[in-house]
Every structure is written in structure tokens, then in C-alpha cells.
Ligand binder design. Structure first.
Ligand code: AMP
Length: 191
């Protein structure tokens, strides 16, 4: 199995680049943000809970998120691999994912970390907010809170995966196609 984590701050292009990677490597996409938004739309119990955090730009609690991811992976058998987009976002989530995969004799193949300047991230998110209908993209305060969450809780995962020798840093600025080519080069090296 080829299991990829696409990693980076909000607005780095994780969702956009996932689309190409899914098609090229025939992967199953798990975007935790998309799953939460679908549940919010359907007003499920999970959606009502997640919305309280997402609208403020805070992370949804690990206990909720980890269980949701494990259910998703368990529900998809006989797949080529997964692309984890927006997960893990805390060390606890990363450790839980490693434990869960290793119990299934699987592991993370590579972590692709997109690097983008903060000014560019804010610009992209505000631009996306005009059309995405995402409340968490519309206000600069919420965007700033998401960066704070990223820096304090998510960024430490970079050294977690670096220590495992799985981290590949890729410049996330420039054209979508050239970034995609760099991501594929990193994946093809480990295949
Ligand atoms: P995203 O679509 O990845 O930008 O996620 C949107 C929001 O969903 C985030 O700002 C969080 O509030 C929540 N979220 C998504 N993935 C996670 C996760 N792995 N852990 C906690 N909260 C998450």
C-alpha cells in the first residue's frame, strides 16, 4: 500500500494537490475537513459537535477525530492506499495513526509537507472564502486562530516524521502543475 500524508498549514494547497495524487496513484482520499463539513451539512451528531470548533478555527478534539479516521480506514478494504489530507494535526493523532496502521501491518509511506509563506496563505484563504461558503475562511480572526492552532499543535509533527525519515518538504508556491511535479518526484523516489 502507498499511504501518503499531505501536510501543511491552512491554505497550503493540500486539497488541490490531493486531487492529482489520487488520480495518478489510485489512492483513496480522506480529508477530515471534508468529512466534518459533510456531517455539518447533514446535521449529524458529529457535525453539530464539530461545527462548534471549526467555526472558531479550533481543532476538533482528538478523541472524536481519531475514531472517525479509524472507522473510515476500516470501511475501505482492498484499496491501493490512502491519502490523508488534514490528518494528523496533533502528535496524539500521529501516534494513534501509526499504532492503528501497524496493527494492520501497514505504515505511512511518505509525508509530503507543502511550504508556503504566511502572507500568501492569508491571501489564498480570504480569496477562497469569497466562493467556498466556508465560514472559517471568511474572517481574518478565524484564519489567524487556525494558524495559531497549526503552529502550536500541528507543526510539531514535522519533527515527528523527520525522525522517522518520512518527511519530504516541497515548496508549495508557483504553479499547481510544477508543485505537483515536485510531489510526484518525491513519491516516485520511495516507490
Ligand atoms: P480543513 O478542511 O482541513 O482546512 O479543516 C477545516 C477544519 O476542520 C479545521 O480548521 C479543524 O477545525 C477541523 N479539522 C480538520 N481536520 C482535523 C483534524 N485532523 N483534527 C482536528 N480538527 C480537524
Amino acid at each position: 500500500m502507498l499511504n501518503i500524508i499531505i501536510f501543511g498549514p491552512p491554505g497550503a494547497g493540500k486539497g488541490t494537490q490531493s486531487e492529482g495524487l489520487i488520480e495518478k496513484y489510485k489512492l483513496t482520499h480522506l480529508s477530515t475537513g471534508d468529512v466534518f463539513r459533510k456531517n455539518i451539512g447533514e446535521q449529524t451528531k458529529l457535525g453539530v459537535l464539530a461545527k462548534q470548533y471549526i467555526d472558531k478555527g479550533e481543532l476538533v478534539p482528538d478523541s472524536v477525530t481519531i475514531g472517525m479516521v479509524e472507522n473510515f480506514v476500516s470501511d475501505h478494504v482492498n484499496v491501493n492506499g490512502f491519502i490523508f489530507d488534514g490528518f494528523p494535526r496533533t502528535i496524539e493523532q500521529g501516534e494513534a495513526l501509526d499504532k492503528f496502521l501497524s496493527a494492520r501491518k501497514e505504515d505511512i509511506s511518505i509525508v509530503l509537507a507543502l511550504e508556503v509563506d504566511e502572507d500568501e496563505l492569508v491571501r489564498r484563504l480570504l480569496e477562497r472564502g469569497k466562493t467556498s461558503g466556508r465560514k472559517d475562511d471568511a474572517s481574518e480572526d478565524t484564519i489567524r486562530n487556525r494558524f495559531k492552532e497549526y503552529e502550536s499543535k500541528t507543526e510539531p509533527l514535522l519533527s515527528y516524521y523527520e525522525q522517522q525519515g518520512k518527511l519530504s518538504r516541497v515548496k508549495g508556491m508557483g504553479s499547481i502543475d510544477s508543485i505537483f511535479a515536485d510531489l510526484c518526484e518525491a513519491v516516485d523516489k520511495i516507490k
